[in-house]
Design a protein around this ligand. Structure first.
Ligand SMILES: Nc1ncnc2c1ncn2[C@@H]1O[C@H](COP(=O)(O)OP(=O)(O)OP(=O)(O)O)[C@@H](O)[C@H]1O
Length: 268
């Protein structure tokens, strides 16, 4: 049976970092996502799974401040006061997206400046957050490149000179350097070779744990969900059909659709 998560039992802060209430987004007559509600606590990693077209990306875009939902509210408690992210001015929301949270896109080209050096890509985020000392910015950028296993000697190379896996690691460094409280990831290992995926997953797992990050990860890959997430939401036709602790959902799925998803993986 899927249980509600008790944050205190898991050693999490009592107040959720993100509270999502009744979020729906429509594309004309078509449902993108409908009536999604949940809380995310600091340091918690939530996975959103479901087959293609189930509404994962639509929901993520609503949560991350990219697309305004037609209904519902997204409350972020990153500062002194809870913030309804769609009731603040566009400029304030954009500032939040650059500082308090980060977005890792499936395609690194969407998250990187391809004509700026690797060091510049990481340094730019620091400057967005107020850093001005060139020497310190370069040193921090260098530290982060090494943390994501990019050799120091590549700091002045452009992302287009990197492999797909390196570009993704650079994107992760660019997002994490500003020490966000919350990170959104859309299929972070999609489009990469299996061996490259495994290394990237391992890196992400270590970084998320070491930094105590809260994260929301969209994936269609249940193995990725198993490795990275504490809690899972299963989506079908835009709606959440099941949610609970990741191991429980995957090992003892209650909804017929989740049973189908998990058995499809097991029979591969
Ligand atoms: N820009 C759009 N215009 C019209 N319909 C859209 C648009 N984006 C998504 N949809 C529709 O919304 C529904 C949810 O799509 P969404 O991309 O969120 O699903 P997904 O689970 O992320 O799929 P995938 O895993 O293939 O990326 C689908 O029916 C899709 O056709």
């Amino acid at each position: 049976m899927n249980m509600q998560v008790n944050p205190q039992e898991l050693g999490l802060d009592p107040a959720p970092l993100l509270s999502v209430a009744g979020v729906s987004r429509f594309y004309g007559e078509r449902i993108g996502c409908a009536e999604v509600s949940f809380d995310l606590w600091p340091g918690e990693v939530l996975g959103i799974v479901g087959e293609s077209g189930s509404g994962k990306s639509t929901l993520l875009r609503c949560l991350a401040g990219i697309d305004k939902p037609d209904e519902g509210q997204v409350l972020f408690r990153g500062g002194a006061e809870p913030l309804d992210i769609y009731s603040v001015a566009e400029q304030e929301r954009r500032r939040l997206m650059r500082t308090a949270w980060g977005i890792v896109h499936q395609n690194p080209r969407d998250g990187l400046r391809m004509d700026v050096s690797a060091g510049g890509n990481v340094g730019e985020r620091l400057m967005d957050n107020g850093a001005r000392h060139y020497g310190k910015i370069r040193k921090t950028a260098l530290d982060w490149l090494q943390r994501v296993e990019i050799a120091a000697g590549r700091i002045d190379d452009r992302p287009r000179q990197f492999s797909g896996g390196m570009q993704q690691r650079l994107q992760i460094a660019r997002v994490l350097v500003s020490e966000p409280k919350l990170v959104f990831m859309d299929e972070p290992t999609g489009g990469l070779d299996v061996s490259v995926q495994a290394r990237l997953l391992d890196l992400l797992r270590v970084l998320v744990r070491d930094l105590g990050l809260a994260a929301i990860i969209v994936t269609h890959d249940l193995a990725v969900a198993r490795l990275l997430t504490d809690r899972l939401m299963v989506m079908k036709d835009g709606r959440v059909v099941e949610q609970g602790l990741t191991d429980q959902v995957l090992d003892d799925p209650q909804h017929a659709y989740t049973q189908l998803l998990t058995s499809a993986v097991l029979t591969v």
